[in-house]
Design a protein around this ligand. Structure first.
Ligand code: NAP
Length: 145
C-alpha cells in the first residue's frame, strides 16, 4: 500500500482525509507534537528517518483574521515551514503535495482556473501564495475551498 506522510494530520482537513482514505493508503500522521515545521533541523531529522512514498503538506497557520495581526507567525509557519518540509522531502526524492487555498484569488472575476493570476486579499492568503512559489513546478499544488 502507498505510504502517505501527512502534516497537520489532526486538523480539520487532515483528520477527514485519513478517515475517508485509510482503507486505501497507509498514513503516517504528523502533528506539531512530532515536529514543529518552523524548525528546519527538527523537521529534517524526522523526515529523514520516516519511510514514506509521498508527503501531503497540510500544516498551516489557518486563522485568517488572526493573521492580520500575527503576520510574522503566519509567514513563518506557512512560508518558512513549507520550505523546511519541502526541502527535507526533496532531499529524499519523494513526491510532495502542497495544500493551498482558493483564497489566493480575490473573487472579483470568477471563474478561476490553474492559469488565472492570484491576487491574495490578505495576509493568510498571501502567505499561502508565497508558499506555492516555494514548491512551484516541483510539486503538486492543490487549491481547496
Ligand atoms: N479548512 C478549510 O476550509 C481550508 C480551505 C482552503 C485551504 N485549506 C488549507 O488546508 C490545510 C489544512 O487546513 P485545516 O482547516 O485542516 O487547518 P487546521 O484545522 O487549523 O489544522 C492546521 C494544522 O496545522 C498544524 N500546525 C500548525 N502549526 C504547525 C507547526 N508550526 N508545526 C507543525 N504543525 C503545525 C496544526 O497542528 P496541531 O494541531 O498539532 O498544532 C493543525 O493540525 C491548510 O494548509 C489550509 O491552508 C483549508
Amino acid at each position: 500500500m502507498t505510504k502517505i506522510a501527512i502534516t497537520g494530520s489532526n486538523g480539520l482537513v487532515g483528520s477527514r482525509i485519513i478517515e475517508l482514505l485509510k482503507k486505501d493508503f497507509t498514513f503516517i500522521p504528523f502533528t506539531q507534537k512530532d515536529f514543529d515545521i518552523t524548525d528546519p533541523s527538527q523537521t529534517k531529522k524526522l523526515i529523514d528517518k520516516t519511510d514514506f512514498d509521498l508527503m501531503i503538506h497540510l500544516a498551516a497557520y489557518t486563522n485568517v483574521a488572526g493573521a492580520e495581526t500575527n503576520r510574522e507567525a503566519c509567514y513563518k509557519i506557512n512560508v518558512d515551514g513549507t520550505r523546511n518540509i519541502f526541502n527535507a522531502v526533496q532531499d529524499k526524492e519523494k513526491k510532495f503535495i502542497f495544500i493551498s487555498t482558493d483564497f489566493v484569488f480575490d473573487g472579483k472575476q470568477p471563474p478561476y482556473d490553474e492559469d488565472s493570476s492570484p491576487n491574495p486579499p490578505g495576509i493568510y492568503a498571501d502567505s499561502k501564495y508565497q508558499a506555492e512559489k516555494v514548491v512551484k513546478n516541483k510539486a503538486m499544488i492543490v487549491r481547496i475551498a
